[in-house]
Design a protein around this ligand. Structure first.
Ligand code: ATR
Length: 294
């Protein structure tokens, strides 16, 4: 169905650099089409740093833009230019969604609520769970905040550079008022207590084109994992996922997280609930676009 752009069409968009490979227009324009909303979603290349990101936020507000997604490198840059900040986004210190309110934009981090919803949709829980997080970069740090904020029992945060794991653990424990994050060296998985774990893979290792790599390649580590969730979705089966499966566990790639960060942003902008069947339809289109089968 062709959408007609007219005097009432609302605009949403993505600011980032680069933006040309984004799947977000597919997500939001499909949702708008299926829900018969008069809305278009477009990419906006914003070069530069915090100053330019701030100019983009102010300009968007002046242009009556309904909502924005924010991607690399601006997820932190936009924060000083917002009038309100969601609590989880505030803790993480990174925002990927701006929601128009009276007087300015409110910032959210739907990457993390999207990950939570993607995991829930697969029946994976955080609350009360023992969780392994691989990595201590920006993504891992956000995931550690999600786990601590959503009631994980214990989180073992493994990183090649132990100092970074210690830093992240200290910060997340302090800001969430919980002592649930424990920093670990990659080689120290034998120190894990008994039982099996949910593992969330947050390093950049294994990302296309380095598809044969994983942060940990010892089969014994994978024996400890009942479910592996990789934030990477290119390739659709990472080495990490393959090793989880070979050890008898279940493994998931990160495309559903991408879907749900978009779905939640769309819901915030339009004050609607996207039904599961519609989310599934969008997901099908994303997989087609990516050439992913499962
Ligand atoms: P992002 O924003 O995607 O999290 P990042 O902040 O650059 O990216 O973090 C990359 C993560 O992948 C880090 O945890 C990094 O480990 P170090 O802190 O030791 O650098 C991890 N990583 C990258 N290459 C790695 C490799 N070859 N082996 C193990 N870990 C690696």
């Amino acid at each position: 169905m062709e959408m007609e752009i007219n005097g009432r069409t609302r605009v949403c968009g993505l600011i980032g650099n680069p933006v040309e490979h984004t799947l977000s227009p597919l997500i939001h324009n499909t949702l708008a089409e299926k829900l018969s909303h008069n809305l278009v979603y477009v990419p906006f290349l914003v070069e530069g740093g915090e100053k330019e990101a701030g100019q983009a936020v102010r300009g968007a507000y002046a242009l009556n833009v309904l909502g924005m997604n924010v991607t690399v490198p601006h997820k932190e840059h936009v924060i000083p230019y917002l009038t309100e900040l969601d609590d989880l986004a505030d803790k993480i210190g990174a925002v990927n969604t701006l929601v128009r309110t009276e007087g300015g934009y409110k910032g959210y981090n739907t990457d993390m609520t999207g990950l939570y919803r993607a995991m829930s949709s697969e029946g994976i829980r955080i609350e009360g769970e023992d969780i392994i997080v691989l990595g201590a970069g920006g993504a891992a740090r956000a995931v550690a905040f999600l786990c601590a904020s959503y009631g994980a029992k214990q989180v073992w945060l493994f990183n090649r550079t132990i100092e970074k794991a210690e830093q992240v653990a200290e910060e997340v424990n302090a800001k969430t008022g919980r002592e649930c994050i424990r920093p670990m060296r990659l080689s120290d998985y034998a120190m894990l207590p008994e039982g099996k774990f949910l593992a969330i893979q947050c390093t950049s290792v294994g990302l296309y084109p380095n598809v044969e790599q994983a942060a940990i390649v010892d089969a014994a580590f994978y024996e400890r994992i009942h479910t592996g969730y990789d934030l990477i979705y290119r390739p659709a089966e990472t080495r990490f996922m393959r090793m989880v499966r070979e050890a008898g566990g279940k493994a998931y790639h990160g495309l559903k997280m991408l879907l749900y960060q978009g779905v939640i942003a769309y819901e915030l902008w339009n004050q609607v609930e996207v039904p599961d069947e519609l989310a599934d339809e969008v997901y099908k289109r994303m997989k087609e676009e990516m050439g992913i089968e499962a």
